[in-house]
Design a protein. Structure first.
Lengths: 675, 299
């Protein structure tokens, strides 16, 4: 309060006599005349034009303000080593925060870089389902800014664990392995990892790179779960309320089950918003409008089937072209508003049945009959071979060369797995972790359950099937059990390097007597030809002939070709093309499927595409734009601000201003400036 | 503002003297001289220059009869010649304390000017009287004639001190009482008299003299280089003026100065006096050979 008296004192001083410097002049004659009219003015008028007084009052006001120490609530980064992990996945294209989530995240990250103190080092990582180190640890802020600005938006789904691995590996350079049993070889330097994401990814489980973090940090740091020297801070990007978004969840073409000649397009829509939406789904083929439908998609928690609606378009006998479905929705994310599907030119699959021959004909009549239906003959060419062929080197070469789409091993085991889908009756594949365990007790196998959804066992009614003997199918990890019996698994299917192996625990014929004693009467049942038909359709690849496979953006695509083609050309949706060479196997690996759309695979010199495949997002996690918390090892990392609040003082600036004012006052005093 | 620092060099340099030798004092009025001088008088008298003839009347000096005319016309005519007389020149300079300011000081400048004009007069055999105003007792003015008296004139000027704090009016009144002769009067002053200069100048008008007022100011007075809060002390009467120097105050000072000069000019012009305002920045030779020649004081 005493300070407030200061301005009053200054004004008072102006009223009082100043200590004036005496100066002898020839005559005060002119001066007296000059100040005469000043003297007659009142004191207030004298003060009115006194610039110096006002400047002094202003100076004192500033000084008083500085003494009161005004400040505001600012923020500062914690620590001195930072890792900026930016999500560049498809969901970051959402426009719920202008211009996009990624741009917003970049801006926030740039703001964080501005907050860095000199000497702080930081690293920039962008991630989608893979991680990319944009800039390793540096204290050069302009490089960090450039790295952040250069992060490119991808269409890919999200997986944080890759980014975590990269971050941990770079943050603790002394370590070279990431298994849980690793011996710590160097002290990890603590760093703060800022994850700029919308949280649209599955929770990160069992991230083995995580070890206990030496707890000598302050309380604010300890709130967060330890991440082996990394303190993860999750900066949520995206609007707080759920943004409206309708996504095409699935888009396939298939033959009408009632009329094989008729093609249908089937689209499924998911509404991730909170309100019911009415969308206009527009179907085009090669850019030409085909059909449209208005679909009401219920909101989350509404409707019988949840937030899903579907529509089926009838395409007639169409069997070629690129189909595109576009829901004209003005929602936050546009990448999931379109989906592509290509109609592949029909192709007959090639199937080899390796079975025991008797008298020049296959002994397994049941299989023979089931394969000879007209429906199957329309789909595939079927060759039969005796089990002796397995020792034929020419056959081995054909099998390894990927000549067949499907090889059915009827109670016989090849020495080595072919480059084809396989179906085994009563035998296990020689490799891949398969095994058949005989039942030791006298229990007869009884089928308890079948997978009604899998294409192989769809529409099968196996209630009346009697099996005399069956081994228990021990399938490798990742296999799907399709038929479950009382003794265990009877039928399972497992992927193998782009192929699939299906193993049935029992054969048609009894093992000890190949003359015609049936092990099961399944072949008499209606379900057997249906099963064989399913096998030909699914494993023979005929199911995929019409509709093309759809991959997620960024996923590696395995391209299988017939015969021995050395190079193929993949034309991307933007009409650029890539040459692929065979990698020693029968498959080509295409790993540049980042754009959404239909990719065409050409054999060199051919004008008709060999194959087509489409790349669509089809990821409910990405389409659901709700900002979620981060989940690492069952520990939720809450979205935080990341910057700790700190008091930012203003007084330094005020004092600086006051000094500037003082300089100006000095100038006014000396130069007699009159404003 | 300045101390009495008169330069060591003589008041009149040889170069200046050479310039001044070619000049002569001029008056717009014809004055009756006391002695025969080098100037044509209104009176007819003895000179080589013929003026007129007139009839002889008894008593006239026979030496002036034109005998040649008498031989032709048998009538007596008298030849009348132009008379040449001397001129009274008075140089009065202000010796008050206020003159002792500036670099060079106004006082030095005033003395230099008085010496220069006095030398012009001495060269033309005029009667030259140089006097410091208000110093009639301490330094009585000298009336000199002939250029051989230049050293006396300079000696007088060198001895005068600028501490004669008498008012202008009083000094001039004193002068007028003592000097009744008519002639040219050059008054060198800064006119800084708190009682006003008007009454003093009126006295000179009454003397019917050809008056030249040379208003001498220093550059420091024209544009004061002062700052801050000052207590200005008058060196003559110790009068105090408290000022806080600011741009408006300086502007007001300039306006006051300009009106002061303008008033003096009008006052002088109206009363037939020649007013010349100058500063000490203007060299004496320039003032004499340019300004005063234009104003008709010298030729």
């Amino acid at each position: 309060m005493a300070l407030l008296a200061l301005p009053a004192a200054i004004v008072l001083l102006y009223f009082l006599k100043l200590k004036r410097q005496p100066l002898e002049v020839p005559s005060t004659f002119l001066w007296t005349q000059a100040i005469e009219d000043l003297r007659v003015n009142t004191i207030w008028q004298r003060l009115r034009q006194n610039l110096l007084l006002f400047l002094q009052l202003l100076l004192v006001a500033l000084a008083i303000l500085a003494c009161l120490q005004p400040g505001w609530r600012g923020s500062q980064l914690v620590g001195d080593r930072f890792i900026f992990v930016l999500d560049a996945s498809a969901s970051m294209q959402a426009t719920d925060v202008a211009p996009t989530r990624l741009e917003s995240a970049k801006q926030t990250a740039l703001g964080y870089i501005d907050e860095m103190k000199s000497g702080d080092v930081a690293m920039v990582i962008s991630f989608s389902e893979t991680a990319r180190v944009e800039r390793e640890f540096t204290d050069n802020r302009s490089r960090l800014r450039t790295a952040i600005k250069n992060i490119r938006q991808t269409n890919r789904p999200t997986d944080l664990s890759e980014a975590l691995r990269a971050a941990v590996g770079l943050a603790a350079p002394g370590r070279s392995a990431f298994e849980a049993g690793d011996v710590q070889v160097a002290e990890a330097k603590p760093a703060t990892m800022y994850i700029f994401s919308d949280g649209g990814f599955p929770q990160v489980d069992s991230f083995t790179g995580l070890l206990e973090f030496a707890e000598n940090q302050d309380a604010a740091v300890q709130e967060q779960p330890p991440l082996r020297g990394l303190r993860p801070v999750f900066i949520a990007v995206g609007a707080a309320d759920t943004p409206d978004n309708v996504a095409v969840a699935a888009f396939t073409t298939e033959q009408n089950p009632l009329d094989e000649e008729q093609t249908q397009a089937f689209a499924q829509f998911e509404n991730h918003g909170l309100g019911e939406v009415l969308i206009d789904a527009e179907l085009t083929r090669d850019g030409v409008f085909l059909d449209a439908a208005r679909v009401r998609v219920p909101a989350k928690g509404e409707g019988v089937a949840g937030n899903v609606a579907s529509v089926t378009f009838s395409l007639g006998s169409m069997n070629e072209g690129v189909l595109k479905i576009d829901i004209k929705a003005a929602d936050a994310l546009s990448i999931d508003d379109v989906a592509y599907a290509a109609l592949n030119p029909s192709r007959r699959s090639k199937i080899l049945v390796v079975t025991a021959f008797q008298g020049g004909v296959p002994a397994n009549q049941a299989l023979l009959i089931a394969m000879k239906t007209s429906a199957i003959e329309r789909l595939a060419t079927i060759d039969y071979a005796d089990t002796a062929i397995l020792r034929d080197p020419q056959h081995q070469q054909l099998a390894a060369g990927g000549t067949y789409d499907l090889i059915i091993y009827d109670q016989v085991q090849p020495t080595e797995m072919p480059q084809a889908n396989t179906l085994f009756f009563g035998r296990a594949p020689p490799a891949g972790g398969w095994a058949l365990t005989p039942v030791t007790d006298d229990r007869a196998p009884v089928i308890i359950d079948t997978d009604k959804l899998h294409p192989l066992t769809r529409l099968l009614n196996l209630n009346n099937v009697v099996i005399l003997n069956s081994a228990v199918v021990i399938a490798p990890q990742g296999a799907t059990e399709l038929i479950t019996g009382n003794i265990g698994s009877l039928f399972a299917i497992s992927p193998r390097q782009g192929f699939e192996d299906a193993v049935l625990g029992f054969g048609m014929l009894a093992a000890d007597d190949q003359g015609g004693s049936w092990n099961t009467q399944w072949w008499r049942d209606r379900s057997f030809p249906v099963f064989i038909y399913n096998v030909v359709r699914y494993l023979g690849g005929s199911l995929g002939t019409l509709s093309t496979p759809s991959y997620q953006p960024g996923a590696p695509v395995l391209i299988r070709t017939e015969g021995t083609i050395d190079t193929v050309r993949v034309v991307k949706p933007d009409r650029t093309s890539t040459e692929l060479s065979r990698d020693g196997q029968a498959t080509f690996v295409f790993d540049d499927a980042n754009q959404q759309g239909v990719y065409q695979v050409y054999e060199s010199g051919q004008s008709r595409p060999l194959q087509q495949f489409s790349v669509n997002l089809f990821d409910a996690m990405e389409s659901d734009l709700v900002v979620r918390d981060l989940n690492i090892n069952d520990t939720t990392v809450k979205a935080t601000v990341g910057l700790i609040p700190i008091r930012r003082d203003l007084w330094k600036w005020l004092v600086l201003l006051a000094l500037g004012l003082l300089a100006f006052e000095w100038y006014v005093y000396n130069r007699r400036v009159y404003i | 503002m300045s101390t009495n620092r008169t330069p060591d060099e003589p008041l009149l340099s040889p170069h200046l003297l050479a310039q001044l030798e070619r000049l002569e004092l001029v008056t717009r009025k014809m004055f009756r001289g006391q002695m025969k001088g080098e100037r044509r008088s209104r009176r007819k008298g003895q000179s080589v220059e013929f003026a007129d003839f007139r009839n002889y009347v008894p008593g006239d000096d026979l030496r002036f009869i034109d005998w040649n005319l008498y031989a032709r016309l048998e009538k007596l005519f008298l030849k009348i010649f132009m008379e040449e007389e001397d001129l009274h020149f008075y140089a009065l300079f202000d010796a008050s304390g206020s003159m002792d300011f500036g670099e060079p000081s106004k006082f030095y400048y005033a003395r230099q000017l008085a010496a220069a004009l006095g030398f012009v007069g001495l060269c033309r055999a005029d009667r030259v009287k140089v006097e410091a105003l208000g110093a009639s007792r301490q330094f009585p003015g000298l009336a000199l004639r002939g250029r051989h008296n230049l050293p006396r004139l300079v000696e007088y000027l060198d001895n005068v001190e600028a501490n004669q704090n008498a008012s202008l009016e009083q000094s001039i009144k004193d002068f007028c009482l003592r000097n009744t002769g008519k002639g040219i009067l050059v008054l060198i002053t800064d006119l800084m008299d708190k009682n006003g200069y008007e009454s003093a100048l009126r006295l000179l008008v009454a003397q019917q003299m050809d008056v030249f007022v040379i208003h001498l100011l220093s550059p420091e007075e024209m544009a004061p280089d002062v700052t801050g809060d000052l207590r200005l002390v008058d060196c003559e009467d110790a009068d105090v003026a408290e000022v806080t120097i600011s741009r408006p105050l300086l502007e007001r000072y300039q306006r006051t100065l300009a009106s002061f000069i303008q008033q003096a000019r009008e006052f002088c012009t109206r009363r037939g006096m020649v007013y010349v305002a100058t500063t000490t920045e203007n060299p004496v030779e320039d003032l004499v050979s340019n300004y005063l020649r234009q104003r008709g004081l010298v030729r």
